[in-house]
Design a protein around this ligand. Sequence first.
Ligand code: GLA
Length: 359
Amino acid sequence: MSIRFSAPGRINLIGEHTDYNLGFALPIALPGRTVVEYQPAGGDTLVVRTDRESDPVRIPLATVPGELTGWAAYVAGVVWALRCAGHPVRGGTMSISGGVQIGSGLASSAALECATLGALLAATGASVDRIAQARIAQRAENEYVGAPTGLLDQLAILFARPRYAQLIDFRDLTVAPVPFDPDSHGTTLLLIDSQARHQHAGGEYAARRASCERAAAALGVPSLREAGDDESALAAIGDREDFRRARHILTENRRVQEVVEHLSEFDAVAVGALLTESHRSMRDDFEITTGHLDLIVDVAVRAGAHGARMTGGGFGGCVIALVDTARADDVVEAVRNTLRRSGFPEPGIDRVYAGDGPG
Ligand code: GLA
């Protein structure tokens, strides 16, 4: 038996760092996908190779956190988390080819987790609902890899469907499809890859999460979602930095809901303005952008985009820009020219759409 299973990356349209604060986000699936080819067999080992490295990695099915690092830890983490959840896992050989850039804020880690998970489940025929799958993949990342990430990426990927974004409510764990088809409205979504890479097992992501938790504790609420949406309620947070982190979460949750309202008429001007506001909030309050990303956003907006923002966890990666299709070439050229003049690497720029989920 040979199983081929693939999962996309995701582009978060808006709602950044809201997931572990039990707020809202609005992602779509990226056209690019990670593909797993799996030949299940007996034995107690999974032998895995990727198109990025020549040597395969042997993952014992009884692997435990700490045993493997690097890309293999995501695969091993899924094996471990699946077994912890009481599901059988078969050994065999697996090869992985990645269409999702690593460290670019497009959830390459979750794409790898979800593709591995889908392939392993297909081999045993176990049926696990998508919310439970998301939790298994998240556990792999949190406890095996050691990155304290939320559920955004896994839910975005597992619930993705073409020409729809997904409105995720992380408190109620509900996912509602929202039509998102810019092309049919004369609009283009550009994905601008700065080529600067990040990693979330590093300290900054965890520091933001800790700051939000302190802010919630100062307000006496279990999560910032319970802080309501009135910014004046945040005054009780004594620490100025924690206050600004919490203000980003509150205003970002509001922006997600406003974007959803404006998408019902596909009001690109209003949606674009909210994207740019989100970027400013990530720049000034949450402090997860970089000068490089700020420059891309500024140039795109000055060149005529309705709005632009960094997408993903931050500190590198990609910017999205919503632009009238007729102006897209001008925006692309302005971004390329400015980055070249400023000595930054040549960005990757693609016109993207909401793609399909795993399968
Ligand atoms: C990373 C994490 C997600 C989420 C985003 C920021 O992608 O994996 O859980 O927190 O950052 O929105």
